[in-house]
Design a binder for this molecule. Structure first.
Ligand SMILES: Nc1ncnc2c1ncn2[C@@H]1O[C@H](COP(=O)(O)OP(=O)(O)OP(=O)(O)O)[C@@H](O)[C@H]1O
Ligand SMILES: [Mg+2]
Length: 323
């Protein structure tokens, strides 16, 4: 492989997956497992795409098929327009994958891991950015340490560094921040954001939903081998149509006034009223004026928007068996 950029200009999508299926064959008493039940996904070039789902949903299976680590049962997948089977070399060159498994050669130093990978992808010495990438991943002072002497979080960051040596157009990160501390996580995301701004398509899986909500412009949720949602993040959230408002009254009350029962409020601590409402059906203004009309005085109020965690739970909690 060479480090020359592999663009297939005819493809607008960084990733195109059609009806992808994977059945892991069982053995003895272990039955077959259908991990992917016909997944279709399109990831536009340049996007920051989140692939979310509970444990066992099939995320890593999908990623490992793209990376050539797992054989698909049927369906097609292409990276930047290159079919992963028919144009395997070009597809591989366009793709960098950070696997979930910490599979590093224990007897290589961090720098050697990077240089070996660069050699594998044919990156000329003059174009290698080993030190720059190691620094961005907070690993400069570990450059000459053996991989086996690195901590779990450091190994994960080295895997991220390794996936970037050939400057792939599409970078897939399978749980890149599991076990990475908060400060270095921020540093890692800062660097990945910059890569994205410079045009690299980022696809990531994470169980830190706040991270996905903050970073991803589009999100797919996978459950039991099926895509159950795939939308721009803000659209996914706005669809939930559920907000809540908590009103702090200036004094305790014993009963909720009859005129407020229509909102089905919950009274706590004697002076806090919490109301769940659907923005499509009611607005805050009408709720507040109804409270004032009932003779209550408002001291303070807070509102809560639905977040990605609410969306995730709503779309995945109905079927939690067979993990
Ligand atoms: N090599 C394998 N052989 C048999 N079954 C497998 C294999 N790898 C994964 N599976 C099964 O396929 C299903 C999907 O697993 P996968 O690792 O893709 O899930 P995931 O979404 O990545 O989960 P997690 O969030 O825990 O990483 C699971 O039921 C898992 O047990
Ligand atoms: Mg996984």
């Amino acid at each position: 492989m060479t480090a020359v950029k592999a663009y297939n200009q005819s493809s607008e999508n960084a990733l195109e997956v059609r009806d992808l299926r994977k059945i892991y064959k069982g053995k003895g008493k272990v039955p077959d497992k259908e991990a992917l039940k016909g997944i279709s996904l399109s990831v536009p070039r340049g996007s920051f795409f989140g692939l979310l789902g509970p444990n066992g949903a099939g995320k890593s299976t999908l990623i490992n098929i793209l990376a050539g680590l797992v054989n698909k049962t049927s369906g097609t997948a292409s990276v930047c327009g290159y079919d992963i089977n028919k144009d395997m070399r070009l597809a591989r060159r366009a793709l960098g994958v950070v696997p979930q498994e910490l599979n590093l050669d224990a007897f290589f130093s961090a720098r050697e891991v990077m240089e070996f990978q660069a050699g594998l992808y044919g990156v000329p010495k003059s174009q290698r950015r080993t030190s720059e990438i190691l620094e961005a991943m907070g690993l400069s002072d570990k450059a000459d340490s053996y991989a086996r002497t690195l901590s779990g979080g450091m190994r994960r960051r080295l895997l991220v560094a390794k996936a970037m040596v050939h400057q792939p157009d599409v970078l897939i990160l399978d749980e890149p921040t599991a076990g990475v501390d908060i400060e270095l996580r921020q540093q890692l995301w800062g660097y990945i954001r910059k890569l994205n701004e410079a045009g690299t398509t980022i696809i990531l899986t994470t169980h830190y939903l706040e991270e996905a909500e903050e970073l991803c412009d589009e999100i797919a949720i996978i459950n039991h081998g099926e895509v159950v949602a795939c939308e721009p993040t803000d659209k996914l959230l706005s669809k939930l149509d559920a907000k809540s408002i908590t009103i702090v009254l200036d004094q305790d009350i014993e009963h909720i006034p009859d005129s407020l029962h229509v909102f089905n409020p919950a009274l706590s601590q004697g002076h806090r009223l919490t109301i769940q409402y659907k923005p499509s059906e009611a607005d805050i203004g009408s709720i507040l004026s109804r409270i004032s009309e009932s003779g209550l005085s408002i001291k303070d109020l807070t509102t809560e928007e639905p977040d990605l965690e609410d969306a995730f739970l709503q779309m995945t909690s109905s079927k939690t068996q067979n993990r």
